[in-house]
Design a protein around this ligand. Structure first.
Ligand SMILES: Cc1cc2nc3c(=O)[nH]c(=O)nc-3n(C[C@H](O)[C@H](O)[C@H](O)COP(=O)(O)OP(=O)(O)OC[C@H]3O[C@@H](n4cnc5c(N)ncnc54)[C@H](O)[C@@H]3O)c2cc1C
Length: 399
């Protein structure tokens, strides 16, 4: 047991003004109303499409402000500087999703490279995140997923092979720039029906760039029942080929979508049967990584207090220093500040995962955050109670 606690709300919200806190209170309260999020997540993208300026403004001043760093890279600077004052780092996430076409993939590649150069010029941005779906078409990724041997020439799909080589080239350029500046590239995990080519591409990049230190990280979603085995398999590959395995451990963001697709199409769901199984595998993955720190570098990417605490306890039991270069903690910006800021205070290496991008393009991300925060029994209840506690504490100390 160690004496770390995630209940210190003074540390958690020290960077927020009273006005910021009030906005967060309003938002989490609203997201807790049973019908609000289902209706809002359907209506908002439609209303935004019609370009209604009032809706745009409303989104910008509320949910966008809570969960996003700004519309441009430059706009994230004041926030990153503020977080730095509290020893909190940043994982920059260029939040575009679902823009198809080669021109857009090239633009996104250039933007990722731009973000890397920017991160290198800042004191507290050690990682950027990348979504392969921003540089490859969904259709191509699905084809590669369903015919994993395409690249070995067994199947006759020359066109797809050439297109996939272009994707690999984009990824190579991103990772090469990151290696030059020693900025970590954390590759997000996406839907299971195109995750396989993402995994293979990421492992190829690790083999190229993770020989001396971890530059490239894959993401493992432990809500999938096959991912603990996949962690061990990835580690075996890393040992055989002599590179450091970089992994970000998450539970996973697409559970409903995954289950619905599997049941519609009649294949076994890739998702664990229940929450307990996800939690068990998540914690087992943590332990596996800490037991193999010599050649695994990992990110504990979770809002689950028990898992975060467990990671710190396992580190303590093994005598691992708090800011070990192979262990990093991260929570999404706008959530679980009680975890991030209390870890930072105790000198763990911790960051906020900070998306940025034009408001229209981060809408899918915002809708996922709204859904994640809509159950009173889950995260919202916890966030609300912490915010209320801090508001009351401030009121009492002001008297
Ligand atoms: C820094 C960071 C980066 C992230 N990157 C990614 C990413 O690349 N890809 C991605 O998919 N997600 C990503 N996420 C999102 C993350 O997956 C969700 O925030 C996360 O699932 C919420 O889980 P938690 O660990 O915070 O803990 P909890 O709140 O304890 O767990 C909730 C999660 O448990 C799982 N779960 C809930 N009910 C059940 C059930 N009945 N059966 C099985 N499992 C269940 C679901 O995954 C659910 O989201 C990221 C999160 C963070 C903090």
């Amino acid at each position: 047991m160690n004496d770390l606690s995630f209940d210190n709300v003074e540390n958690a919200f020290a960077y927020k003004t009273d006005k910021d806190l009030k906005l967060s209170h309003f938002l989490f309260n609203t997201m807790g109303y049973p019908l609000f999020v289902p209706v809002a997540t359907r209506a908002t993208p439609l209303l935004m499409k019609f370009g209604l300026p009032m809706v745009n403004k409303l989104v910008q001043r509320t949910i966008f402000k809570q969960f996003v760093g700004g519309e441009t890279l430059a706009a994230t600077a004041p926030l990153a500087a503020l977080l730095d004052k509290y020893n909190v780092k940043v994982i920059l996430d260029y939040g575009i999703e679902g823009k198809e076409g080669n021109e857009n993939y090239e633009k996104a590649t250039e933007e990722f490279i731009n973000v890397i150069r920017y991160a290198a010029s800042q004191p507290n941005i050690p990682f950027i995140s990348v979504k392969v779906s921003a540089i490859a078409s969904n259709e191509l990724m699905q084809t590669m997923n369903d015919a994993p041997r395409l690249r070995s020439g067994i199947h006759d799909h020359e066109e797809e092979e050439a297109a996939w080589d272009e994707v690999a080239d984009r990824m190579y350029r991103i990772c090469e720039e990151a290696a030059k500046y020693k900025i970590g590239v954390v590759v997000d995990a996406e839907e299971s029906w195109f995750q396989d080519p993402i995994d293979r591409l990421t492992i190829e990049m690790m083999e190229e760039f993770n020989k001396e230190e971890a530059i490239v990280y894959n993401t493992l979603q432990l809500y999938r029942h096959d991912r603990l085995d996949f962690l061990k398999l990835s580690h075996k590959i890393a040992e055989q080929r002599g590179f450091i395995l970089g992994v970000k451990l998450v539970r996973g963001a697409y559970m409903e979508k995954e289950r619905a697709r599997a049941s519609q199409r009649g294949y076994p769901s890739p998702i664990q049967p229940d929450k307990e199984s996800t939690d068990r595998d998540y914690d087992a993955a943590l332990k596996y990584c800490i037991d193999n720190l010599k050649n695994i570098a990992f990110v504990v990417a979770s809002h689950n207090e028990k898992s975060n605490l467990l990671a710190t306890e396992l580190m303590e039991a093994k005598g691992v220093e708090h800011n070990h270069p192979h262990i990093h903690f991260s929570q999404l910006y706008g959530m679980s500040d009680n975890i991030s800021f209390n870890l930072a205070k105790a000198d763990y290496s911790v960051s906020k995962y900070l998306p940025f991008g034009p408001i229209k393009e981060v809408i899918p991300y915002l809708m996922r955050r709204a859904q994640e925060n809509s159950s009173v029994s889950g995260q919202t209840g916890r966030e609300l109670s912490l915010i209320k506690k801090e508001m009351e504490r401030r009121k009492a100390t002001a008297q």
